[in-house]
Design a protein around this ligand. Structure first.
Ligand code: CA
Length: 342
């Protein structure tokens, strides 16, 4: 079962058919405590690194416990049609679930890179302004939720003013990670208009310790769902692939949802093209997450607010694990336990 690369204090790790292997003996980018120098190499360097990792006869190593790369900027999209529709119905029950822009561009916002943490890190229940019938009160969130997302990791940067096309994706993006974008729905509902999510999201985002190179996922590429209307030219062309990646949400050891990343309406190449379409530059280590991945059938929801219809949320002590698998490639899990508010 192949997973990809992770980082330890003395160098990089690889998890392949022979388990976890210490790559630090390979020197150079492999002897670094973060994937960033490897990310910056570009596609030819990535291919060489994968080949070297696969055949390296290094010592075995333990599960990593540190962030695999230094997160530069973090963008959170909203690419699932089902998720956007489900939340639109709940947050704006008296209007159309999808706002007019949704089918024209991958809606997103800039999140907080500094609070992206590695799998295994506890999440402390956030406090915030909660609005009931009367004035808001500052209190621990009563609606702590998860968001099951697929994130991609930028390797090769761009310059200010440069807009990427969807076809440029493979030259700039190194790989993918699973993301749990923890969300406080009560804080979010009160704060999010008109500028979007803020403290209901920024307290913590968890990613897997392992980054799976795109090169390992070639066989998992499938046609993306059709789009209507057709995307504008700068977001069109080369958009037609998604990843057939089976996803699972586990709560306290029980699987509560099973979805698939192939259902995403906006594809990863479109997300990248949109994020640079105004000329904003990319940095090595940028993390861009898909937004919650929910399917159209019951039991495929990527958040609890959808799964449990806004009736039940995470309790203190709950442990959530996200998993993803594409044929013989398994992404690193994302694990986190809820701690009570401080
Ligand atoms: Ca999110």
């Amino acid at each position: 079962m192949t997973t990809g690369f992770a980082a330890a204090d003395n160098g990089l790790l690889w998890r392949g058919e022979r388990g976890i292997v210490d790559l630090s003996g390979l020197g150079d980018v492999f002897a670094q405590p973060t994937l960033n120098p490897l990310l910056a190499l570009g596609r030819a360097g990535w291919q060489q690194a994968i080949a070297a990792a696969r055949t390296h006869d290094g010592p075995s190593a333990r599960e990593p416990t540190k962030l695999p790369f230094d997160v530069a900027d973090y963008v959170d999209f909203y690419s699932s049609l089902e998720h956007a529709s489900n939340l639109g119905r709940m947050f704006r029950p008296d209007s159309e679930p999808l706002l007019p822009n949704w089918r024209w561009l991958p809606v997103g916002y800039h999140g907080r890179a500094g609070t992206v943490v590695v799998s295994g890190t506890d999440v402390v229940r956030p406090r915030g302004q909660l609005k009931g019938e009367g004035d808001p009160a500052y209190a621990p969130s009563r609606k702590l939720d998860i968001e099951l997302e697929l994130g991609f990791v930028v390797g090769v940067p761009t310059e200010l003013g440069q807009a990427l096309r969807t076809a440029d994706f493979d030259e700039h993006v190194f790989g993918v990670v699973l993301v749990n974008d923890w969300s406080a729905r009560d804080i979010q509902a009160w704060e999010y208009q008109p500028l979007g999510p803020f403290l209901g999201k920024s307290f913590q985002t968890s990613i897997s310790a392992w980054v799976t190179p795109l090169a390992l996922l070639q066989d998992a590429r499938v046609d993306a769902p059709p789009q209507d209307p057709r995307a504008l030219p700068h977001l069109d062309g080369g958009r037609d692939w998604a990843l057939d990646l089976a996803l699972e949400v586990e709560l306290n050891g029980e699987t509560i949802s099973r979805g698939n990343a192939r259902t995403l309406y906006w594809t990863m190449p479109q997300q990248l093209a949109h994020a640079t379409s105004n000329g904003a530059s990319l940095r090595t280590g940028d993390l861009m997450a898909s937004g919650t991945i929910s399917g159209s059938e019951a039991g495929t929801e990527g958040s609890l607010i959808e799964l449990w219809r806004n009736t039940r949320f995470l309790e203190d002590g709950d442990e959530v694990v996200l998993r993803g698998r594409a044929a013989d490639v398994e992404l690193g899990e994302v694990r986190g336990r809820v701690r009570s508010s401080r």
